[in-house]
Design a protein around this ligand. Sequence first.
Ligand SMILES: N[C@@H](CCC(=O)N[C@@H](CS)C(=O)NCC(=O)O)C(=O)O
Length: 67
Amino acid sequence: MGLKLYGLPVSTCTGRVVAVIEELGLEYELVPVDLSAGEHKRPAFMERNPFGQIPALKDGDLVLFGE
Ligand SMILES: N[C@@H](CCC(=O)N[C@@H](CS)C(=O)NCC(=O)O)C(=O)O
């Protein structure tokens, strides 16, 4: 149950979070979200971020997202 970052490497919004995680030296898994297929607007992702945008960061039961 490690840190999971849902987003895309090409996304600057995801990149900001990656920069902080890397700076802190934390281990994490980057879980790709297929924006072109509308994955970020589907219920499974909207449970992680109700605004339907990447990124979302999951640490155990805690999920963080921006608006
Ligand atoms: N305030 C949010 C903004 C997130 C955001 O704008 N994400 C963009 C990608 S960089 C996105 O998901 N765009 C797709 C959409 O809005 O449908 C944050 O900084 O995390």
